[in-house]
Design a protein around this ligand. Structure first.
Ligand code: SAM
Length: 313
C-alpha cells in the first residue's frame, strides 16, 4: 500500500508541507472543509502564530458588518489553487474532490479547483433552516451623525428594518470536482477503480442520489426527496469543541457515492475534528487526515478510537 507513513493517521502539520509527501495517484477521494480565513475560526487558533505561517492568511476578527475586504477572496484563491494542484497530483485519474465552501467564497474556490485542472462536475447544496442572521442595523451610525435629534429620528424611522447587506444564510455549497479520467470511464474504472458514481445509494425516502440534501426535517416533500439521517445527539463527542464540525451523514453520503475501491483511501487535508476520517472508517475505507492544530488532531484521534470500539462491539 502507498503512503504507509500516513495511512489511517491524522497528521499534525501544514497541509502544503505534508501533501507533497503523498504519492502520485494514491488517493481515491478528497473530502475536505478548508479554512476560509474569514474569521479567526476558534480560540485555539493563535492569530500571531498562524499569521506568520507560510501560505496562511487570517484576520483578527470578523469584518464589521459593512466592511468587505476584497483581498480575502483573491488570497483564498491563490492559496487554494496551490492546494488543489497538489491534490490533483495525488488523486487517481477519475478521483473525486469534494470541497465544502461558503456562498460568499464559492466562486473563488470553484475557480481555484477548475484552474488546477479538475473538471467541476456539480455543486451540492446542504440546506438548513437554522442560522443566525448577521445583518447589522445602522442605528449607531445615525446616532453619531452631526445633525439635530429630530433629523436623526426621521432618518432612523425612514430606514427602519434596513440593514447591512447580509441575508440569513441557509445553505452551504459543496464543490464536486473530478480529476479527468484516463481514457473512457469504463477503462478508467477497470484500471484505477475510480471515476463512476454509485447510484445504488439512496437519499430521503429511497430516492436516487441528488445534489441537494439536508439533515434537518424541513417539510414532507423536501424530507422525502433530500433528507439524510439526522446527526445523533452525541455524534461528535462531548469533548469535541471544534467550532465547525460537519454532520457525519453528509461525509458518509459523499464517500459512499464516490469510493468504489475496497481499499479506497479518503484524504482530508483540513481534517478538523476528523469527521471525514470517522466516516471513512465507518464505511470500511482508509483515511489520511491532516490538521495544523494539534488540539484538533487529538480530538480527531479520540473520535477515531471511539469509532474503533463501536466497530468491534
Ligand atoms: C473548517 S475546519 C474543518 C472541520 C471538519 N470538517 C470537522 O468536521 O471537524 C478547518 C481545519 O483546517 C485546519 N487548518 C487551517 N489551516 C491549515 C493548514 N494550513 N494545514 C492544515 N490544516 C489547517 C484548522 O485547524 C481547522 O481545524
Amino acid at each position: 500500500m502507498k503512503n504507509t507513513l500516513y495511512i489511517d493517521k491524522i497528521v499534525c502539520g501544514d497541509a502544503l508541507q505534508i501533501l507533497p509527501q503523498l504519492e502520485k495517484h494514491s488517493v481515491d477521494v478528497v473530502l475536505t472543509d478548508p479554512p476560509y480565513f474569514l474569521d479567526k475560526l476558534d480560540d485555539n487558533w493563535d492569530y500571531e502564530k498562524v499569521s506568520k505561517t507560510h501560505h496562511q492568511y487570517t484576520i483578527k476578527s470578523l469584518p464589521a458588518g459593512m466592511k468587505f475586504d476584497r483581498k480575502q477572496g483573491k488570497r483564498f484563491y491563490d492559496w487554494y489553487f496551490t492546494v488543489s494542484q497538489e491534490l490533483y497530483r495525488i488523486l487517481k485519474p477519475g478521483g473525486f474532490f469534494f470541497s465544502f465552501s461558503s456562498p460568499r467564497l464559492y466562486h473563488r474556490m470553484a475557480s481555484a479547483i477548475d484552474d488546477a485542472g479538475f473538471e467541476l462536475r456539480d455543486v451540492f447544496i446542504w440546506l438548513y433552516t437554522q442560522n443566525q442572521a448577521k445583518a447589522m442595523s445602522v442605528d449607531h451610525f445615525i446616532r453619531k451623525m452631526n445633525v439635530d435629534d429630530k433629523t436623526k429620528e426621521r432618518i432612523r424611522q425612514n430606514l427602519s428594518g434596513w440593514k447591512t447587506p447580509q441575508i440569513k444564510s441557509c445553505f452551504e455549497p459543496i464543490a464536486m470536482a473530478q480529476k479527468p479520467t484516463d481514457g473512457t470511464y469504463l477503462n478508467n474504472m477497470l484500471t484505477y477503480e475510480a471515476g463512476l458514481m454509485n447510484t445504488n445509494i439512496r437519499i430521503g425516502d429511497n430516492m436516487y442520489p441528488a445534489n441537494v440534501f439536508s439533515v434537518d426535517n424541513i417539510n414532507e416533500l423536501i424530507d422525502k426527496t433530500f433528507l439524510l439521517p439526522k446527526p445523533a445527539a452525541k455524534e461528535k463527542g462531548g469533548y469535541n469543541d471544534h467550532k465547525t464540525v460537519k454532520p457525519l451523514a453528509i461525509c458518509e453520503y459523499l464517500i459512499a457515492l464516490s469510493a468504489f475501491c475496497k481499499d479506497a483511501v479518503i484524504l482530508d487535508p483540513f481534517a478538523g475534528s476528523g469527521t471525514t476520517a470517522v466516516a471513512a472508517k465507518k464505511l470500511g475505507k482508509h483515511y489520511i487526515g491532516i490538521d495544523a492544530n494539534e488540539k484538533h488532531v487529538a480530538i480527531a484521534e479520540q473520535r477515531l478510537a471511539e469509532q474503533e470500539i463501536k466497530k468491534t462491539r
